[in-house]
Design a protein around this ligand. Structure first.
Ligand SMILES: Cc1ncc(C[n+]2csc(CCOP(=O)(O)OP(=O)(O)O)c2C)c(N)n1
Length: 329
């Protein structure tokens, strides 16, 4: 088993904070512009789940791939998608990552390894296997990550994907972001095991249960899984515990969520907790972090303006880039 240093250094922790803050501030802005009617789109907030992809992605490069879900702007921004192109894609504009053809549910940005965003629960996992198989056959050492929710671990595709990944020792990491709810269903009402990580045993792979809101623990769990995958030692299932601060989709009244549980989770917001620890441990000053947050806000201002000003794709664009060969009009 490959070993990793026990702690991320200060620079890495600051970088995890930068990515988490970009996600948090982007999410806040997305919710505000939708509320104001400036953008109309389905939106699934990942607020509260920022640390998981931020602490994972610092181990990854552009060759490494991720497959994510509708609740995935955190995974995409952490992986390096440009905010401008992300905003434009969500707005359906020609300047977006998929020239506006993906839209909010299907953002794809291969240049940063974001290979698919899917609304079909559980489907990120077999696709991630395919990408891992391609890396294995080509000998590239690239790692493939499938992000998904706790509900998705009850879908057949999860079990099929874990089985095949184990048999073929694929360089894939299954990262379950356990936010305690699947749409409107509480965890225990739809899932047979107390810990999803235990399901890994059925497929002879390590199953890691980790506090996904703890940047150090998450960095370590992801780093070990990435090192295993790169060394040809096969897949890992990581169950990262977290909590979704909002309803399933923007506008969801979230009446099914336990109020006290939600209040406690929001009081333990992982982003300000990381901020305070960076300052307390001397990794950054208050002024440095404030400057970083101000710069991120300015970047989001620019991204929003770019998305609003960009044109929609022409009708002729509909057939372009859809098949390997261009179709005649
Ligand atoms: C195959 C399939 N079945 C059902 C749905 C309807 N659906 C959309 S989101 C969702 C809940 C998924 O929950 P989870 O996997 O925990 O992800 P989360 O939204 O909590 O991040 C369901 C059942 C779907 N989109 N796809």
């Amino acid at each position: 088993m490959t070993s990793l240093s026990p702690q991320p250094d200060g620079k890495t922790l600051v970088e995890i904070y930068r990515r988490a803050t970009l996600i948090k501030q982007s999410d806040e802005r997305f919710r505000s512009v939708i509320k104001l009617g400036k953008l109309v789109m389905p939106y699934y907030s990942p607020r509260g789940q920022e640390i998981i992809p931020s602490a994972t992605s610092v181990h990854l490069n552009d060759e490494d791939t991720i497959c994510t879900i509708y609740r995935g702007i955190h995974d995409m921004l952490a992986k390096g998608v440009e905010p401008k192109q992300l905003w434009a894609e969500l707005a359906g504009k020609i300047t977006g990552t998929s020239k506006g053809k993906g839209g909010p549910m299907h953002v794809t940005d291969p240049s940063h390894g974001v290979m698919v965003t899917t609304g079909i629960v559980g489907s990120s996992m077999p696709i991630a296997n395919g990408l891992a198989l391609a890396a294995q056959v080509r000998g590239t050492k690239a790692v493939s990550i499938a992000y998904f929710g706790d509900g998705a671990s009850n879908i057949g595709a999860f079990h099929e994907a874990l089985n095949l990944a184990s048999v073929w020792k694929l360089p894939v990491i299954f990262i379950c972001q356990n936010n305690r709810y699947a749409e409107h269903t509480r965890y225990a009402d739809g899932t047979s095991v107390a810990r999803i990580a235990d399901r890994a045993a059925s497929y002879s792979m390590p199953g890691v249960h980790v506090d996904g809101n703890d940047p150090v623990a998450m960095w370590k769990a992801a780093g070990e899984a990435v090192a295993r995958a790169r060394a040809g030692e096969g897949p890992t299932l990581i169950e990262a515990m977290t909590y979704r601060f909002h309803g399933h989709i923007f506008g969801d009244a979230d009446a099914y969520m336990d109020k006290a549980e939600k209040k406690t989770a929001m009081e333990r917001d992982p982003v300000p907790i990381l901020r305070a620890s960076l300052i307390a441990d001397g990794h950054a000053t208050e002024a440095e972090l404030t400057a970083m947050e101000t710069a991120i806000d300015a970047e989001i201002d620019a991204a929003l303006a770019f998305a609003l000003e960009s044109p929609y794709p022409e009708v002729a664009e509909l057939r372009r880039d859809v098949y390997a060969e261009e179709l005649p009009a």
